[in-house]
Ligand binder design. Structure first.
Ligand code: ADP
Ligand code: MG
Length: 254
């Protein structure tokens, strides 16, 4: 079993602190969900783990099996097995999906080793079938002119091809209609297993009906304020996040 551990993480952008002492332990073999209101820092957490350069870690650590990854470049982290499916995937004009994924897989092979084309396409088509993506997608530029749902499917296709050790899915459900949500969830569920840990970030409980998490964390104001079983997600659905907010005026007249 491997662990992705977030240890008392403090992160700022400019002079504003966004993550304020966040702790999390994600082992392989488990799916953890993070739920929280908009602006609580969920995407920031995902991007900091992946190595986004905009954010400054002021204290704390991110450990991949006990080793700090904070000094590692994003591509080094990716080759170690960290994958981030973006909330807002970028378009890469001029680069086809087939060439993009081929380059990504090639980059992980040792020097001098060549990706075998027949095997590569067999795997690509298998994963596309799983996600019910038409073959014509392979020759389209990455995310260019894609609908919201197509972009999210493309992110999951990348994950399926790269088979990461730790996958971070940032609001993969947003922009999906119910049929696409089922297909994407089916794809994600098929990648669950003892060698993979997943962090599923979502604003809504709906996704968790399809991707059933082992642990649910509630994030408010840059911290995990509660962790529990999947029933916690139902409580959030029913009661919203207000109960989890830090009371700011409790001292007054209390
Ligand atoms: P969530 O994903 O939970 O909605 P985010 O991590 O996207 O939250 O954002 C947390 C807070 O940090 C928000 O107030 C947001 O405006 C701010 N923030 C995030 N990224 C940036 C950035 N690149 N520049 C300025 N502020 C940012
Ligand atoms: Mg977000």
């Amino acid at each position: 079993m491997q662990h992705l551990k977030i240890d008392n993480l403090h992160v700022s952008i400019g002079d504003r602190e966004i993550l304020r002492g966040l702790n999390l332990d994600l082992p392989t073999g488990q799916v953890h969900a993070i739920m929280g209101p908009n602006g609580s820092g969920k995407s920031t957490l995902a991007k900091v783990i992946a190595g986004h350069p905009d954010y400054t870690v002021t204290s704390g650590d991110v450990l991949f099996d006990g080793e700090s990854i904070l000094e590692m470049e994003p591509d080094v982290r990716a080759r170690k097995g960290i994958f981030l499916a973006f909330q807002y995937p970028s378009e890469i004009p001029g680069v086809t999906i087939a060439n993009f994924l081929r380059a990504a897989l090639q980059a992980r092979l040792p020097e001098g080793e060549e990706l075998e084309a027949t095997e590569y396409y067999a795997k690509l088509y298998e994963k596309m079938d799983l996600l019910e993506m038409p073959r014509t997608f392979t020759s389209r530029a990455v995310n260019e002119g894609f609908s919201g749902g197509e972009k999210k499917r493309c992110e999951i296709l990348q994950m399926a091809m790269l088979q990461p050790t730790f996958a971070l899915l940032d609001e993969t459900d947003s922009g999906l209609d119910i049929d696409a949500l089922k297909i994407v969830s089916h794809g994600v569920n098929s990648l669950r297993g003892p060698a993979t840990g997943m962090l599923v970030i979502t604003h809504y409980q709906r996704l968790l009906n399809y991707i059933v998490p082992d642990v649910v964390h509630v994030m408010v104001n840059g911290r995990i304020v509660e962790s529990g079983t999947k029933e916690l997600a139902l409580k959030l659905e029913a009661e919203g996040y207000d109960w989890a907010n830090e009371p700011e005026s409790e001292a007054v007249g209390a």
